[in-house]
Design a protein around this ligand. Sequence first.
Ligand code: ADP
Ligand code: MG
Length: 680
Amino acid sequence: MFAKLGIITVGDMLTFFPVCYQDRTNVVSIKNAYKQTQSCIFGKIGKAYDKQLSRGLCLLHIEIFDGISGGYVRFFRKKNPYSSVDIFASLKKAFKPGTFAYVYGSTKAENCSRFIDVDDYETVKNEKDKPLLFNRIIPVYSSIEGLNQKFIREAVKSVLNSVCGLYPDVSDLIPDFDGIPRLKSSLAIQKIHYPDTLEEAENARRAFALQEFFILESALSLSRSNIRKNRKSQRYEIQKTLLTAFKNNLEFEFTKDQKKAINDIFSDMQSPYPMNRMLMGDVGCGKTVVALSAVLLAVESGYQAMIVAPTEILAEQHYLTVLNMLAGFSVKTVLATSSTLKKSSEREEMSAGFENGDIKIAIGTHSLIEDKIKFKNLSLIIVDEQQKFGVMQKFSAVGKARSPDVLMMTATPVPRSLALTVYGKMDITSIKQLPPGRTPVKTYFLDEQSAYTNTIWELKNRNQAYIVYPIIDESDKLALKSAVQESEKLSRTWFRDFKVGLLHGRMNPSEKNKIMREFKNKEFDVLISTTVVGVGIDIPDATVMIIQHAERFGLSDLHQLRGRIGRGSKQSYAYLIGDLKNETARKRFSVMTSTNDGFKIAGEDLKMRGPGELMGTLQHGFPKFKAGDLIKDVDIIEFTKSLADKIAEDDPCLSKSENAVLKRLMCRHFSDKIKLINIG
Ligand code: ADP
Ligand code: MG
């Protein structure tokens, strides 16, 4: 059962920190206990009475008296009606008349009597005996069915008493910081479980978090410096042949943020070390042209470049964009997805072109990376919509290039504190402004009728609409069936004058691809879809997005979905249809209807969902923090990052003796999870 809670080793148990505390420092008189709903009382035990309430339920109440007033301690127990065992036997033994008891529970006044329904208790023989679990702050642990608090507390307490002192500690490597007390990890652990005051608990948590983030940031920093350590062989030189022509071909000027991003990327590429950069920017901010600039720098310097997209349709879109922008130049570009790679004739031709260097730009899906195809001189790998892959997937170590420059792009903007940990092993550039001339999407919470009526107006103006159903798990047959049925119904009723298409995750990639392409070519007006609706697809005439059961989507999903529209200059509309009863859903709707800013939305998301969940969606397999808190500890994260950078520079292999513990901890925590540390 402990394993279900993630506790395998004693170390796990030591750091199985409480989710909250019960303040039992204040033991109040029985008279005052009834002024609040939860109380701790202390008194002398009197007689016990038990009673059968119904066939399956029994009640025990026991007199308690604190010298001034009295009440009843109350226990309810389920009972097998055919058993003759006294289920209260052990309680009666513990609460022997004349002993003293501390009781924590919820207080109630009923029928002129005072009761306390017991959450926890402790009995002592004499009035002056010191209790273990009262007059202090008590940890409350997250639990599962079958493991009660008492049992977890005892288990944790026993490892605290026996082995806590052995817990590894790196506090000597960390200078004083911002009033956080200097605590050895073992003492911090003790105090997190059993603090004297709530303030002490928070200080101990921060002290432990300091070490925790320090270890993480060290791991990230070392991997970063290890990537840098390998000097690369490729050298780029701006020739202005392709780049200038490309710029002249564009119908627009780069925004300031785009220029800065291109600058960052070019200076990475021209440095002697491989680029490892994350380009972060909201949907529609124009990351593609930035990426293409990098591609062209590689190509005009005589190298090959690769763009990897999460779906075939997106790869295809990039392919068309590149062809379009490079029209008139002889830069050989191919689309290499699993469907094109499958055909052996095409495959052989491509493979030859990659190997002899004829093909300059390869655009594909993940299968391109997994494929055994070799390149002549691949130097740049661009990964688009990285959030769909997961950070920890390795894109560089694929044997296609020695130390390639890698540029990742993501449309999931994350607040800086999170970025430092999630993307900590990368340099980060953000694009915050959208290109000029965009008309922001208007978002409304509407009833179904009004949404459809408004949509029909748009369709009559030759615009297109998406209708999205929340099928998170595509293997859920029932939900899928209802989406399919709904779509049939809609095409017979509201949208009978229009052409309606259907897209869902059960379709194979080429079917999905076909549907998206047909929608793009305006072969239908309405696309009914599950959440698989292609990421990053540009359909300028799609001006409406209806999101059904919007309460079931998280903020970032809603924002991503909304990003499918508003990609041209036309006014676009997002209509959220859903259940307002749910409080968090209401909050999400109000965020969605009030802002289009992805960074702001990510910040709200972080506040509402808590970092744990957000991290979970951002990347699989990323370590969970034991004490660290991504919202409260931004200062610690930044501090430990710069500290870790210094150590990585000073002792890149962690071979100095003072860093031995750090090295051991890092390997233990991260080497199996993120295979990015190679310090031997
Ligand atoms: P994303 O960052 O979501 O990948 P895209 O690169 O697909 O966004 O860009 C969205 C649209 O904006 C494209 O049609 C692109 O041509 C256009 N675009 C990009 N940069 C600019 C700019 N500086 N001015 C005007 N339009 C731009
Ligand atoms: Mg994109």
